[in-house]
Design a protein around this ligand. Sequence first.
Ligand code: NAD
Length: 495
Amino acid sequence: MKTIEHWINGTYSPAGERTASVTNPATGKVTAQVALASVQDANAAVAAAKAAFPAWRDTSLTRRTQILFAFRELLNARKGELAAIITSEHGKVLDDALGEVTRGQEVVEFACGMPHLMKGSYTENASTTVDIHSVRQSLGPVAIISPFNFPAMVPMWFFPVAIAAGNTVIIKPSEKVPTAAVWMAELWKEAGLPDGVFNVLQGDKVAVDSLLTHPDVKAVSFVGSTPIAKYVYQTATAHGKRVQALGGAKNHMIVLPDADLDLAADAAINAGFGSAGERCMAISALLAVGDIADELVAKIAQRAKALRTGDGLRGCDMGPLVTSVHRDKVSGYVDAGEEAGATLVVDGRAVAPDAEGDGFFVGPTLFDNVTTDMSIYSDEIFGPVLSVLRVDSFDDALATINANPYGNGTAIFTNDGGAARRFQNEVEVGMVGVNVPVPVPMAYYSFGGWKNSLFGDTPAHGTEGVSFFTRGKVVTTRWVDPSHGGINLGFPQNA
Ligand code: NAD
């Protein structure tokens, strides 16, 4: 059986003693083994990134962005291959995998503009004959630790910006989906990226801990569940690093009584069950305001029952969950919801999937009459389970969202501009949609939540992403002539 290896200094680096199984979630079959790094493997990856850094930092912006353009062209031409890899290891349907690659590619396109994004400013005659200018410089080796649910897009939120800005990178992908990262490493090599600038370290906690504590790693970008994000933030900042740690989510959608209920039902289906709910921007709680709930729930139920669940290569609407453990966890939440007294309108536990073998399927599941004390509401389930909560007013809906510890994404469905405006102004969430259920910002804006959905203060990509991967320097210059002589111990003042 194939073993998926590390990629260090421009070539594959073999696995040591520890490995883990990689599974196709649609069939339940183990398809490969993946290397799990030792501390020595991690040290080798960081050493490669450190050695490559000075030359890459000093490579002209013109040359750096030429390589990014070449990577973009290769990715665009071959994105189907990457999408197929994602479907085979993650399970999401092929169209959705292609969509993920396209959204990642948009960050590559954004980073192709790095010559403009890294421009500093210049002030002539700030003081008499004194000029000041600012520059932004790269940091050094940076670590990117990514989750299973976006094997290509989430690493691409970070590495195009980091690399274009002159840093070198060590990616630690999720051990559940290890192939996408090494596929992209080969693409970088073909695009002309020097060896050591992009490294892939496969592994688990050993690899992560090594990166978080290694003195030569200057910054850490993490995406994953909230407890691990918090741990990563605390550990890496305690080791003097810059950290952006994006965590979990519980995203709410409000439907006001004046909304078009058919459009709202379509949106709830797309955002609740796309990628089997394994998206950090999935809608998992729908707040139905006023007396629309019966009609809205009926419309969502009708649509949910019509969805085809199965192998992502068979043109189905929804694929499997990532592992059998996760499937059992999601089913366990459905059991708990029933026991707590919520109304189970559509039950995905007994789904008959369109797939061969023994895949990890739960079909679309819809609960009504959910309350905030139930675990199906309070916990991030990360599966195709949509909970409807009935609330009396807009104010109750807004208060419910603002009381939730997560703050990643949210959406309001209404035709009332005033209500929408008040919502986007008062809601304590980082990414807001108005009649848009999955408001993932474009690459030139930044992606990131509030509260327990982001630790550290810098979100991904956009100009804030550029700031994260660079540090500022301000230079004050005077070209001296004899009139500048003399002793003065006072604090420098402008004149
Ligand atoms: P996870 O937290 O289990 O794993 C994320 C990464 O951390 C992986 O690379 C994993 O190997 C590593 N890891 C796991 N346990 C660790 C430990 N004990 N110590 C050190 N490292 C560890 O997350 P996941 O299950 O892969 O991904 C799903 C989660 O990611 C969900 O909570 C989802 O909301 C979140 N997510 C958030 C965003 C966002 O933008 N906020 C985006 C995508 C996913």
